[in-house]
Ligand binder design. Sequence first.
Ligand SMILES: Cc1ncc(COP(=O)(O)O)c(C=O)c1O
Length: 373
Amino acid sequence: MDIKKLVRKEIENFQAYVPGKPINEVKRELGIKGNIVKLASNENSLGASKKVIAAIKKAASEVYRYPEGVSYELRKAMAAKTGVNFNEVLFGSGSDEIIELLGKVFLNPGDEIVVSKHAFIRYKMAGDLMGCSVVTVPMKNYTHDLPAMAAVLNVKTKMIFIANPNNPTGTYNTGQELESFLEGLAKKGDTPPLVIVDEAYYEFALIEKKYPDSVSLLKKYPNLVILRTFSKIYALAGLRAGYAIANSEVIGYLDRIRPPFNITLITQYAVLAALKDEKTQIKKALKVVENGKKYLYAELEKIGLKYIKTVANFILVESAPKKGKDVFNQLLKKGVIVRAMDEYELPFHFRVTVGKKNENSIFIKELKNILEE
Ligand SMILES: Cc1ncc(COP(=O)(O)O)c(C=O)c1O
């Protein structure tokens, strides 16, 4: 039997997502017994707050029940926090799930989506999955070039993705840039394409005065969809919770096809606890990242490696003439996991997450070692 004949052609050509290497896999593959420093997936290695962990333990006794399908309490809490209505919020199993839901709701084969070169790869994957053409626009100074993205729009364009800040470059577009982009689209016609602004690193980027207040733009621009997550500063990556804030009609369609019970019972309790305890959690993480950034910038400069200034919790480092993949493999052998950037068309770069003080210094020590090898 030839299973291939039964598979959709979009799936046959589909490239699976390559995640940052998990710690246990590295230990297994390389036979490393000691500690591994994982700076590969932009997690918050301070971990979740004690109150969140207590809430998770408490929730354990209830796991024989299905969770609430609509994540009622979470949506209510998030709507109150962001100043929108209940029906303008939707939770997904990570913002990843929402990116995929957006594709499934809005994209037909032959439609176009617009992404930036070096932008988070899941947008392109959502387009590929649905048989769309993915139009890739070059960046300007490693930043989304919004006027250039506007210039490629045509009747087939259904969606434009803007990662703000972008992973892996760590750069961002200002409120002014975003607003004039949305305004330009609105002027073109009654039904402009959807603009997905992915703010996975929102809480880190807020320290920038010019960072957009995207929620305030929703009323004026109903084609705007904002994505955020609990995976990063809230340190809940392992539980998978992200959310969309958008026009109630958009949310309604996403909700229609959302898998039932997509947010686990434990995750729902954990997210609620995380929201109650967010001030301390965010303050601590911001301090660690700000100090870590200063340290890493200074050390990279001493080593003589170029990097891109970041508004998030990771740094894109140029390793030329060495390939990013070689740096990744050599560091891996030393027990430090970073991320090679080949799938982002950056073969001479690697990305490192800003970790805790000791993690950053181990990374720098081993980086110096491998560059001397
Ligand atoms: C820009 C961006 N968007 C979305 C995600 C996915 O996050 P989540 O864990 O919520 O699925 C990531 C994760 O690295 C990201 O960097």
